[in-house]
Ligand binder design. Structure first.
Ligand code: ATP
Ligand code: MG
Length: 396
C-alpha cells in the first residue's frame, strides 16, 4: 500500500468561539485551494477542528506544505500521512515512517478529536511510544524531543506527522471585509497592508505617482511589492493615481511646511473614492507615530479630519526596527529599499509642519479646488490586476 500523504491544517480556536465559525472556515478552505491551485490535484476537506488536504498521488506534497504555511488563519501545519484509526493501522504507519531512521529522542503527541475512542491519549502515547522503542534505538524525551510524532485520531481516520510548522496565524483573508491600503514603495506601507491581510482583510492597493514629473520607478517598485503581497491574498487590484499635476497645483498656493499634510489629505480623499467603488470600508496607511517629522498625533488628527472612512494605521505603535524585520520576513524589504524618488520627494519641504490643525488645513485648502483635484485623481487612475499563483494577470 503506498503511503497516503496529507497536509493537516490547524487554525486558531479562539477566533472560532464566535458565531462566524462556518464562514471563517469557508474562507480558509477557499484560500487553501487558491494557494496550491497550480501544484497538482488535492482534495480539501473540513474535519472536526482541522482542515485536511489529501495528496494521494500528488507530485509535490512538500511544496503544498510550504504554500499552506503562508496562508493567513493557519496556526500550524504538518505534512503527514493518513491511515485508519485502529491502533494496529497507526502502529504500522509509524513503523514505516521511522524505519531506518535515527534520532536521539522522540515523543508521541496523540490527540483524539472525539472522546469515545477506546483508548485515552495517554494510553495511545504509551502504546505507540513502546512500539517505536522496539524498532529504533532511541529514548523518550517529553521536554525537548529530537522528533515529535504527532498522532491525530478522528473517528474514521488518523493522521501521523513528524514535522509541525507554525503558520502566520491571524484570520483568513476575505473573512474581515475589504480595506484600501495606501502603498508608497517604502518599507512601512507594504507591512501595514500585510498586517491587514493577516487580520482577515482583503486589500485593494492605491499608489500615487508623479509620472511624468518623475520617472516611473515608484510604480515599478509598487508593482513588485503588490505582486509579492498577492501571495497572501491570491488576487489583487492596484490603482495607480497620477498625483504630480495635483502636487503642482498645491505648490502654487500652499506654503512649503503645510504641503505634506495637504498632500496626505488629498490622497485620503482620492483613496476613499476608490475604496468606496471597490467595496472597501476603511483605508490603511503605514504611518508610525513619531517616525518622521510629519507623523505627529496632531497631523494624524488633521489628516483624519479630511476622511469620512476610518483610517487604520496598523503600524502606529510599531518601532522602525520591528517593521524592518517584518518586511524582511515578508520579502518586501529588498524592493522597498531600492532607490526611488517617490512622489513625496517632489515638491516636498525640508521642514514639514509638525502640528497642523484641521482649521489651518481647511483654510489652505480653500485656495484649492479640492473637488476638482480629487476627481482628476480618481478619473486618471489606472487599474492593474495581479494573481497568485500566476503573476500579473491583466491590466487596464
Ligand atoms: P512608507 O515607508 O510606507 O513609505 P514613510 O515612513 O515613508 O512610509 P510617509 O512618507 O509619511 O511615511 O507616508 C506615510 C504613509 O502615507 C505611507 O505609509 C503610505 O501609507 C502613505 N503614502 C505616502 N506616500 C504615498 C504614495 N506615493 N502612494 C500611496 N500612499 C502613500
Ligand atoms: Mg515613504
Amino acid at each position: 500500500m503506498p503511503l497516503r500523504p496529507v497536509v493537516v491544517v490547524h487554525y486558531h480556536e479562539i477566533s472560532l468561539k464566535r458565531g462566524n465559525r462556518p464562514l471563517f472556515l469557508r474562507h480558509l478552505a477557499r484560500n487553501l485551494r487558491s494557494a496550491i491551485a497550480d501544484l497538482g490535484p488535492a482534495t480539501v476537506r473540513q474535519r472536526p477542528g482541522r482542515i485536511v488536504l489529501d495528496l494521494d498521488g500528488h507530485p509535490q506534497p512538500e511544496a503544498v506544505c510550504e504554500r499552506v504555511q503562508r496562508v493567513c488563519g493557519v496556526a500550524s501545519v504538518s505534512l503527514g500521512y493518513r491511515t485508519s484509526s485502529t491502533l494496529s493501522a497507526m502502529q504500522s504507519l509509524i513503523g514505516r515512517l521511522v524505519e531506518g531512521q535515527t534520532f536521539d529522542s522522540f515523543r508521541i503527541t496523540a490527540r483524539r478529536a472525539f472522546k469515545t475512542y477506546p483508548m485515552s491519549s495517554v494510553e495511545l502515547n504509551r502504546a505507540l511510544g513502546a512500539f517505536v522503542l522496539e524498532r529504533v534505538k532511541t529514548r523518550v524525551d517529553l521536554e525537548h524531543p529530537a522528533v515529535e510524532i504527532a498522532v491525530e485520531v478522528l473517528p474514521d481516520e488518523a493522521f501521523v506527522s513528524l514535522d509541525r510548522r507554525p503558520g502566520p496565524g491571524g484570520l483568513p483573508v476575505g473573512a474581515g471585509g475589504t480595506v484600501a491600503a495606501l502603498i508608497s514603495g517604502g518599507i512601512d506601507s507594504p507591512v501595514a497592508a500585510w498586517r491587514m491581510m493577516k487580520r482577515g482583510c482583503r486589500v485593494v492597493f492605491v499608489h500615487f505617482h508623479s509620472v511624468p514629473y518623475l520617472p516611473d520607478t515608484s510604480q515599478v517598485k509598487v508593482r513588485a511589492l503588490v505582486e509579492r503581497l498577492t501571495q497572501w491574498q491570491y488576487a489583487s487590484r492596484l490603482h495607480l493615481v497620477p498625483f504630480g499635476e495635483i502636487q503642482r497645483e498645491v505648490v502654487l498656493s500652499v506654503p512649503p511646511p503645510a504641503r505634506v499634510v495637504v498632500y496626505r489629505r488629498l490622497m485620503i480623499r482620492i483613496a476613499e473614492a476608490i475604496a468606496r467603488a471597490s467595496g472597501a470600508l476603511a483605508l490603511a496607511t503605514g504611518e508610525s507615530l513619531g517616525q518622521v517629522a510629519s507623523q505627529t498625533l496632531e497631523n494624524v488628527a488633521t489628516i483624519d479630519a479630511a476622511a469620512r472612512m476610518p483610517v487604520l494605521r496598523p503600524l502606529i505603535g510599531t518601532d522602525k526596527l520591528e517593521i524592518t524585520d517584518e518586511a524582511k520576513r515578508l520579502g518586501t524589504f529588498e524592493t522597498s529599499i531600492e532607490p526611488d524618488a517617490d512622489c513625496c520627494t517632489l515638491f516636498v519641504p525640508k521642514h514639514p509642519a509638525t502640528r497642523m490643525t484641521p482649521a489651518e488645513a481647511d483654510a489652505l485648502e480653500a485656495r484649492l479646488d479640492v473637488d476638482r483635484l480629487v476627481a482628476a485623481g480618481v478619473d486618471g487612475a489606472a487599474v492593474e490586476t495581479f494573481a497568485f499563483p500566476g503573476g500579473v494577470a491583466a491590466s487596464r
